[in-house]
Design a protein around this ligand. Structure first.
Ligand code: FUB
Length: 344
């Protein structure tokens, strides 16, 4: 929901109408990536702070410096904040803007994947390792070779392969990589280098990870989203095309690619037969929330599916001070997802 609509919101009424409440309210949290490890739910969110940076279309106001891990025994249970799991000052290659992270488990070790701007102001994706799902995590000295842009989401397929989905346009810089290398020619603008409205939309990326989960095992490929006629969505199709916040879950043998449409504020989904797609656009998962960004993850716990998401209700509408929430998500018998309206 854009900022200019917020002036008219009665936040007491909104809290009453919200389908779920903040999981924690002692810190601001966003971009929740949820996983079930050892029968318990762990949430890897961004930790929002007000660093005083002005709002702009590059997201400079999202100036996060560290990560906390949250956990709960079951949805609706008490949420525990396990404190600082990784701080930007401990990451040699990173300078600022610790944006949306994700995590994975392999052979009893836990891997935190996170984007940050490097010392040249270019978003890269790094990995940090821990023996515990709650950290603290020890970062690798360098970012993943060949990594770029933001919003990593790591998916473990049933054959034991791990894939990273990532990317975000505007402040996430994906458009600057259209030629395969970083285009830093003009002063940073969210709109330079984007395809024209009648050209195929910029795609999120996917790359298989190496066995140690520390590098890409292949050059990142496009995650192509097509319409009902098999045609790639166009850049001007703002209500359906990819903007940021990719996630993937598998349901009944199909791969569900879910993502934010950014400036139109939806979480949408598209379905494919392989982890690489192509994915056919199907519809909306989550309608706009209070705050500019919409970001989510989807996890199964004890046979039910849950959508983890955020809004800016706790800060009464401040875009960069968000709070994470959870609600049940339903797959219909025909494989579609029941769209969620965040306020009744
Ligand atoms: O939290 C910073 C950025 O805002 C994330 O990386 C995007 O997905 C959006 O939620």
């Amino acid at each position: 929901m854009p900022e200019d609509s917020i002036a008219h919101i009665d936040f007491d009424e909104l809290t009453q109408k919200a389908i779920s409440q903040p999981l924690v309210n002692h810190i601001y949290t966003a971009d929740p990536s949820a996983h079930v490890f050892n029968g318990k739910i762990y949430i890897y969110p961004s930790h929002d702070i007000d660093a005083g940076d002005a709002f702009d279309d590059l997201g400079s106001h999202f100036a996060m410096e560290d990560y906390h891990v949250l956990s709960m025994d079951h949805p609706g249970g008490e949420t525990t904040d396990h404190g600082v799991a990784l701080h930007v000052k401990d990451v040699p290659w990173a300078q600022k803007q610790m944006w949306a992270p994700d995590a994975a488990e392999k052979d009893g070790k836990y891997y935190l994947f996170f984007p940050a701007k490097d010392h040249d102001g270019i978003f890269r994706i790094g990995v940090a390792i821990s023996d515990s799902p709650t950290g603290p995590f020890t970062p690798q000295p360098e970012a993943i070779k060949g990594s770029f842009s933001i919003d990593p989401a790591v998916f473990k397929d049933e054959d034991g392969s791990y894939y990273m989905y990532f990317g975000g346009i505007w402040g996430g810089q994906l458009q600057r990589w259209r030629t395969g290398s970083f285009n830093g020619e003009q002063p940073e603008s969210p709109f330079a280098f984007l395809p024209a409205d009648n050209e195929p939309a910029l795609c999120g990326k996917v790359a298989k990870l190496t066995d140690d989960l520390l590098q890409f095992d292949e050059a990142p490929k496009d995650v192509v989203i097509v319409d009902e006629n098999g045609q790639p969505l166009l850049q001007g199709d703002n209500e359906r095309r990819f903007f940021e916040a990719p996630w993937i879950h598998k349901y009944n043998g199909k791969y569900y690619f879910t993502y934010s449409t950014g400036d139109t504020h939806f979480i949408c989904y598209a379905v494919g037969d392989t982890p690489y797609g192509p994915f056919t656009y199907k519809g909306v998962v989550l309608h706009p929330v209070v705050g500019w960004t919409n970001h989510h993850s989807i996890a199964e716990f004890e046979g039910k599916w849950y959508l983890f998401y955020h809004d800016s209700s706790l800060s009464k509408g401040v875009t960069h001070l968000r709070c994470v929430k959870v609600t049940e998500l339903k797959h219909n018998n025909d494989g579609t997802i029941e769209a969620i309206t965040p306020y009744k």
